[in-house]
Write a protein that binds this ligand. Structure first.
Ligand SMILES: [Zn+2]
Length: 224
């Protein structure tokens, strides 16, 4: 065994791998057990994209329910940042199967303060993983969040729109004009955040905006 392979296995030895959806033991080197891999609530790639204002729609890979909801919650709030690898692979398969056409990829930003306190931006990691899987250049930081917002979870649709209105700006020096831009986020609920980001991009001259998220929530779940 080469030294690199050994080093690569050390985390598995110290922290036995658990299925990210059910907590069971996955076979082989995966992070998802066979049972969950088969039963994930996939949204078929031939389904229509979900409507989001100012965009050509949002491609979502999974329904936000059961084990997916719990895993996303651990990913966003529980420090399980490494889930981005499998999540972005699921997103990449969905984006590729739908044949989405875009010039560049970006992500919903957080404030610098929020990113520092959490240590990572879940949407940014998904965008990075997605680009790597699709073998395209890494995402560009085209937007910045200029003020803190309340957590969208638990807010009604109108309150969500008000909450994010004016919260995003084009990043300084961002190359947006004339581009078809894919914006990545973790969960689509009412689309308030993504449509606000899209509005800013369109105002800055983007030719078109498409969205991709890992999951789609109907909003009935108060945690989404
Ligand atoms: Zn499982």
């Amino acid at each position: 065994m080469r030294i690199f392979e050994l080093l690569d296995r050390i985390p598995d030895i110290l922290w036995p791998r658990r299925c990210m959806f059910c907590g069971g033991r996955p076979e082989g080197r995966g992070t998802v057990c066979e049972k969950c891999a088969e039963k994930l609530p996939f949204i078929p790639a031939d389904n229509k994209r979900f409507p989001v204002e100012f965009t050509a729609g949002c491609a979502c890979a999974l329904r936000y329910e059961g084990g997916v909801r719990d895993a996303v919650h651990r990913y966003k709030y529980g420090g399980s940042w490494h889930y981005f690898r499998h999540f972005s692979a699921l997103m990449a398969a969905n984006v590729a199967a739908r044949g989405l056409e875009f010039d560049t990829v970006t992500f919903v930003p957080t404030t610098a303060r929020r990113r520092k306190s959490r240590g990572y931006n879940p949407a940014e990691l998904l965008a990075r993983g997605l680009c790597r899987r699709l073998e395209i250049p890494p995402p560009e930081k085209l937007l910045r969040k200029c003020r803190e917002t309340r957590q969208q979870a638990g807010l009604e649709a109108a309150a969500r729109r008000a909450n994010v209105l004016g919260a995003y700006k084009a990043a300084r020096g961002a190359d947006i004009a004339g581009k078809r831009i894919l914006v990545v986020d973790d969960v689509l609920t009412t689309g308030a955040t993504l449509s606000e980001c899209a509005r800013v991009l369109r105002m800055a001259g983007a030719e078109a905006v498409l969205c991709a998220t890992l999951a789609h929530s109907t909003g009935r779940d108060k945690n989404s």
